[in-house]
Write a protein that binds this ligand. Structure first.
Ligand SMILES: C[S@@+](CC[C@H](N)C(=O)[O-])C[C@H]1O[C@@H](n2cnc3c(N)ncnc32)[C@H](O)[C@@H]1O
Length: 278
């Protein structure tokens, strides 16, 4: 089968997709030539920043797994994973289920190719659904009848925004989206977040990266500083070490630890809605 035979209807393989580029960083095979070319450019730009894009993507998956495991062990049974990405190893439902059988998961992504793959993987799954949706409208996702039929949103649930918010280039829009997600959490609900972080990289290097992403399905890439990223968890109780490099986030890491933020590539945090919330 040639690559052209693998292109689902409605997908333009010549426009790099951020989902397929990420699949390439992770060593996956669900990507096309245009994705690999754009991803290689980002790998080179990462090198100029002293970073290894592939290692950072793997570290991000590691964080996702540790956070879901911690939540499952803490009793969370409902997960809404927005910007879920192409299925890979240790997807949210697999991790959650390993530690809390019966956990229910909704995968949401705005890239049709993600849905094609997710539906094939999940065809026989009862406790997991995948649907197209856009992070820009969290209410449309949480009020979607497929979601409200699958989850009981009057009970605590976790929303995952892992490596997706930087694809909302407008700062005010990213702040609005995360504020709304936090408002919708039940007391005891969680927001799991990770976000690209360029550290002290020179502007010309980050601009080169932004130019690559402006030609992809996301249409852009935000550069945000530590405080902006941490503010997406405002009002929530930070679990584990707080907002730290994605590779360092473990449930029992210390908030007082020494973390190399500058070279981290991605920052991560998990917040819990307090009981007085809302
Ligand atoms: C870098 S991948 C992250 C995948 C997964 N969350 C992880 O961290 O391993 C980003 C995903 O977000 C999706 N995405 C980007 N913008 C989005 C939006 N506005 N709404 C929903 N999904 C979006 C992309 O299609 C892609 O699958």
């Amino acid at each position: 089968m040639t690559e052209a035979d693998r292109v689902p209807a409605g997908v333009n393989p010549n426009v790099p997709s951020v989902a397929r580029m990420y699949d390439y960083y992770l060593g996956g095979r669900d990507n096309f030539a245009a994705d690999r070319e754009a991803a290689e450019k980002m790998i080179e730009i990462g090198r100029r920043m002293g970073n290894d894009a592939r290692q950072i993507a793997l570290a991000n998956r590691g964080f996702l797994g540790r956070a879901v495991r911690m939540l499952a062990e803490a009793g969370v049974r409902q997960f809404v994973d927005i910007g879920a990405g192409l299925p890979t190893q240790d997807n949210v439902h697999q991790v959650a289920r390993r530690h809390a059988p019966g956990s229910r998961v909704v995968y949401v992504d705005n890239d049709p190719i993600v849905l094609t793959h997710a539906r094939a993987l999940l065809a026989r799954e009862r406790d997991v659904i995948a649907m197209e949706g856009d992070l820009r409208d969290p209410d449309a996702i949480l009020d979607d009848p497929r979601v409200t039929a699958h989850l009981d949103l009057s009970r605590p649930y976790a929303v995952l925004l892992v490596a997706v918010l930087h694809f909302i280039p407008d700062d005010a829009e990213a702040a609005r989206i995360t504020a709304r997600v936090r408002e919708r959490l039940r007391p005891g609900g969680h927001l799991v977040l990770s976000h690209l972080y360029a550290g002290d990289a020179a502007d010309d290097v980050t601009h080169a990266g932004q130019r690559v992403y402006s030609g992809t399905t996301s249409g852009g890439l935000a550069r945000r500083d530590y405080d902006q990223i941490a503010s997406f968890l405002d009002g929530l109780e930070l679990l584990g070490p707080g907002v730290v490099p994605v590779a360092d986030w473990t449930p029992d890491a210390s908030p007082d630890g020494k973390y190399d933020l500058i070279r981290s590539g991605i920052l991560a945090g998990v917040g819990r809605a307090p009981n007085s919330h809302g």
